[in-house]
Design a protein around this ligand. Structure first.
Ligand code: BJW
Ligand code: ZN
Length: 273
């Protein structure tokens, strides 16, 4: 594994640390997979889960909020917390990492974006057909019958951490509406997971960006690509369990590293940092 420290966040700096072999691999790639986690939205102000001090699980107990049992125990607590998070996402804007990933689609022959994120910042940056492995904050549904519930688009002020809030009632069956995310112990959406696995096995280059690589089965995706012969580029300011398997690890914020990488690989395109 080659490790490159891109930690300098000075936007005017010339990040020549990107190795030529990596640039060539990107220029020659036939099918690129971009696999993202919460870190890709961190520079948009959306908190990650496991970062020290700022991560959600530093302040909130995952067992009390992100499991089916938690919802059954205290629907108001869980619904209020997820509404607070939905408001945060609606206020956030895509950052240069999301924009670079969207731009990459027209620079390589084929691009597949797979995300663990429950926000819509990839789509708002211009990415299409994004595979959401852990659902979306923006698509609540009935706990009992699965009927979709149209979340209001207004952004009311929610106190930090949320307040207790009764979930809406399903017009179809009277059940409680739940967040449209995948909680611990729940199955990932079958169609998305199948497509993600197939893309990983088919690609020649996979980016793993802003994920701690701790949550399964999603964390298996870079390993599948590697086993199938793909090169792996990791972008993350911190170490992760993927370090050993990555062909290159670029240590730095995705919103700085990705634009630099695109400028280095496709100078003719005029991407701005
Ligand atoms: C930056 C940056 C910058 C910061 N630029 N980078 C062993 C024990 C117990 C359980 C298990 C076990 N092995 C497997 C399991 C099961 C479990 C699991 O994996 N647990 C592990 C934690 C151990 N998995 C599941 O339960 C899954 N389901 C399942 O397995 O089902 C089986 C089944 C089959 C058939 C029928 C029924 C069941 C489901 C997992 C669902 C995960 N859900 C969550 C919450 C979603 C809802 C919500 O939003 O609240 O998904 S958990 C949370 O973690 C969220 C994320 O998508 C996921 C991954 O996190 P991510 O994205 O990696 O974020 P962080 O915070 O961890 O990392 C951020 C990274 O960014 C860091 O590395 C930073 O350094 C970096 N960074 N700034 C670039 N500017
Ligand atoms: Zn219902």
């Amino acid at each position: 594994m080659h490790e490159y420290d891109m930690g300098n966040t000075d936007m005017n700096a010339n990040h020549t640390a990107i190795p030529q072999a990596l640039i060539s691999a990107l220029q020659q790639a036939r099918h690129v997979v971009v696999f993202t986690g919460a870190g890709v939205s961190a520079e948009s102000g959306v908190p990650t889960f496991r970062d020290a001090q700022t991560g959600l699980w530093e302040r909130f107990d995952a067992e009390e909020l992100a499991t089916t049992q938690a919802f059954l125990n205290d629907k108001e607590l869980v619904w209020g917390w997820y509404e607070w998070r939905r408001m945060q996402v609606m206020r956030a804007q895509p950052n240069p990492a999301h924009l670079s990933i969207a731009a990459l689609a027209s620079l390589v022959p084929r691009l597949t974006v797979i995300t663990q994120n429950v926000d819509d910042l990839h789509e708002r940056a211009g990415s299409t057909q994004v595979l959401h492995l852990h659902g979306s904050l923006l698509n609540p549904r009935c706990f009992d019958c699965g009927q979709a519930w149209a979340a209001p688009s207004a952004i009311p002020d929610e106190p930090a951490g949320g307040r207790r809030l009764s979930p809406p009632i399903c017009l179809h069956c009277g059940g409680a509406i739940r967040p449209g995310v995948v909680w611990f112990g729940e199955e990932l959406p079958v169609r998305e997971l199948r497509r993600a696995y197939a893309s990983a096995k088919d690609c020649d280059l996979l980016f793993s960006i802003g994920t701690s690589s701790l949550v399964y089965p999603a964390a298996e995706i870079p390993n599948l690509a590697k086993q199938a012969g793909a090169k792996i580029i990791q972008i993350n300011p911190d170490k992760t369990p993927l370090d050993a398997g990555a062909t290159w690890s670029l240590r730095g914020p995705a919103g700085v590293v990705l634009p630099d990488l695109l400028i280095a690989a496709f100078p003719e395109v005029g991407i701005r940092r």
